[in-house]
Ligand binder design. Structure first.
Ligand SMILES: [Zn+2]
Ligand SMILES: [Zn+2]
Length: 426
């Protein structure tokens, strides 16, 4: 087949109707959870000042260096398509004075994000995420609760064999010392590291820890671990997070190499992964961490906060792989077939009556053949088809056909909504 001239941009995809029920199911599950835990929904603009991310996420991170879509407006502003959701939410929290609300402030979101990555399985340049953020609270119980929320959502989507990987990356009290230790260690073995890691060593040494190259893995496995160098406060915090997770029976493993890509994280970082083979291809399903330093970076304000985000395409791909079915969000039980101009007019009006009673009804007004309309009714799986012919339209009646038995009754048009309502209750 010849490719059409216009296609969706590289790494960006259409969400077609067959995929939409997955998105709707995930949205609904996240929404129910948000409601239960008292999170308010927030939608921030797709574009933000590029500086929000370069400052917040960190100049030396891959996201800011290589993956941001940046554009200049006619007024000369540099805007970026948002690569992640946390920095915009902290921006909104500060901008709208949410610091004056009772704390903590709990917010959730669902939407598209953009990163100019090399397209590969499970990675897109426009991808969807939902996230949960709790701002204004430093207690470790929040860390556990955020992890619990993501874990429960994935469980509700019937994903099995998922596990939480967790680590603490310390804070401004203990991380600088650890960084020094780490840099010294890697410097003494620089010859054994890949080119990327040699660069990371100068720019963002913690990132060396999650390099996937075989030769780097060998060096990393002997490297000093943050967890052995936490200050008392970070140590206690982490210990409490783990105790809470045990209390609520969330399976976790300590992963000393988990650092997450962003500069703003402090203390707890986590990812939720599927333990199956596919995990290696698709990466983590959800991840996040505490970001007590972000408020300082963006507005010199102390805003202890914790949050995470889940990758919707990755969840959908795993659900499909595991053959997890999602039902259509609606089910059409009644179909209206019409014949002739008068029937069409009356049919249009009848549809409105059904809508008022919140009964979904299928139609195919564009078609005039009864056969084609009946075929459509079958395809939709309608239990009843209402047939409005020229004769019925003139007489003010309508035929109700039971699709399973083939039995037909002619009833008064004004009684049909009530009659169908009654029959559907059976
Ligand atoms: Zn490497
Ligand atoms: Zn510390």
């Amino acid at each position: 087949m010849k490719k059409p001239r216009f296609q969706s941009p590289t790494g960006m995809h259409d969400i077609l109707p067959e995929l939409a029920p997955y998105f709707q199911k995930i949205h609904k599950t996240a929404e129910n959870t948000a409601f239960f835990y008292n999170f308010g929904k927030i939608e921030t603009p797709i574009l933000e000042k590029a500086e929000l991310f370069s400052r917040g996420i960190g100049i030396a991170t891959d996201i800011v260096k290589k993956e941001m879509f940046v554009l200049k407006t006619k007024g000369g502003d540099e805007l970026a398509l948002r690569p992640e959701g946390t920095a915009p939410i902290v921006r909104a929290y500060i901008e709208h004075g949410m610091v004056n609300l009772p704390q903590p402030v709990k917010l959730w979101y669902f939407g598209p994000f953009f990163r100019h990555e090399n397209p590969q399985a499970g990675r897109y340049r426009q991808f969807w995420q939902f996230g949960f953020e709790v701002l204004g609270e430093k207690s470790p119980v929040i860390d556990a609760q955020i992890i619990q929320i993501f874990y429960n959502i994935l469980k509700s989507l019937r994903l099995k064999d998922i596990i939480v990987e967790i680590n603490s990356i310390g804070d401004s009290q203990c991380r600088p010392y650890y960084k020094k230790l780490l840099v010294n260690y890697f410097k003494s073995r620089e010859g054994s590291l890949c080119i990327d890691c040699r660069r990371r060593l100068r720019e963002n040494p913690l990132r060396v820890l999650d390099c996937k190259e075989e030769k780097c893995r060998r060096v990393i496995s002997q490297a000093p671990q943050m967890i052995d160098h936490l200050c008392q406060e970070c140590h206690n915090h982490f210990k409490e997070v783990l105790e809470f997770l045990e209390e609520i029976q969330i399976p976790y493993v300590l992963n000393p190499y988990l650092v997450r890509g962003l500069d703003y994280y402090t203390k707890t970082v986590f990812e939720i992964v599927s333990q199956g083979e596919s995990e290696k291809r698709t990466g983590s399903l959800a991840g996040g961490g505490r970001y007590d330093a972000l408020g300082k970076i963006l507005a010199r304000k102390d805003i202890p906060a914790m949050g995470g985000a889940a990758g919707i395409e990755r969840i959908v791909s795993l659900m499909k792989e595991k053959m997890i079915k999602v039902s259509q969000p609606y089910e059409i039980k009644v179909f209206l077939a019409q014949l002739g101009p008068l029937a069409k007019r009356k049919g249009l009006k009848l549809l409105e009556e059904f809508q008022k009673r919140k009964i979904l009804i299928g139609e195919s007004f564009g078609r005039d053949s009864l056969k084609a309309q009946m075929a459509r009714a079958h395809k939709l799986g309608a239990r009843y088809t209402l047939i409005l012919g020229q004769k019925e339209a003139l007489e003010g009646t309508i035929i109700v056909r039971d699709m399973a038995s083939g039995k037909q009754d002619t009833i008064k048009l004004e009684k049909v909504v009530k009659e169908i309502e009654k029959r559907l209750k059976k």
